[in-house]
Design a protein around this ligand. Sequence first.
Ligand code: SIN
Length: 297
Amino acid sequence: MDINAGDRPLGAEVRGLDLSRGIDDGTFAALKALFDRNGMIYLRGQSLAPEQLVAFTARFGKPDRHVRQEFALPGHPEIHLISNVKENERSIGSAYAGDDWHTDLCFMQHPARYTFLHAIEVPMKDGRVLGDTHFASTAHAYDALDAETRGWLDRQRGVFQYHRAQERKRAQRAKDHARPPLTAAQKAATPDLSHDAVITHPETGRRCIYVNRTYTFSFEGLSEEDSAPLLRRLHEHVTREEAVYVHRWQAGDLVMWDNYSTQHMAVGDYALPLRRLMHRTAICGTEAFGAKLLPQS
Ligand code: SIN
């Protein structure tokens, strides 16, 4: 295993491993330690059948079954399809998922720990790859705040609302990728809640900013109007250019990120007939980060 760490706070490339052949426990432990330290790592040139992707994911914890099972790969409830590809006029996956800054499943009472994204098809135009994904380290961002802001943020809680974010997404994509509204059961599984605005990473002990632009609608106890400029300043700080790693995809990439210490955003600069198809798995988190249910909107 050979590591190319790059010059950003996250985004190391791991070379020399073929995950389809399996890796021994020692190599796995080294990979996991690098992952926990770095927050986002990637391997190129992988070719993982769905069951191999799920088996690799399961070495990190319990694989999640996404609440939107309509976007699961048939026969593989742990694999969530992220794709603009359509069959019978219907998107086969979650189209343009994550096209603003967020951490995955942060709106759950136990948010997702790790996410794995395996590129099956990547859009290209005039020799250039489209659909990059940007990553930022929320641990690095917390460390770079001034002491007064850190002290204030440590005392805040963020309000997370999945169904509002989904309604916004449905409205944005109503014309080209209509997605069904959440069912009553999906809504019941994703209630409005608040989490600590800063969380402590269980492995590294680092403090990480946990509010994001997609799912955090306000700070608890503050109106949305009063929260908006504070959230905007934080988002600008987390995602400032010099702290961001931009991943330019190749088919066969396996990108892995730690949702406790990073945020990401997928760029939606492609459209059919250019196809993008990703197989995504995630690990259920075990931390609640002070989750508290709110009156439902
Ligand atoms: C996601 O936010 O999980 C999807 C990222 C991507 O499609 O690049």
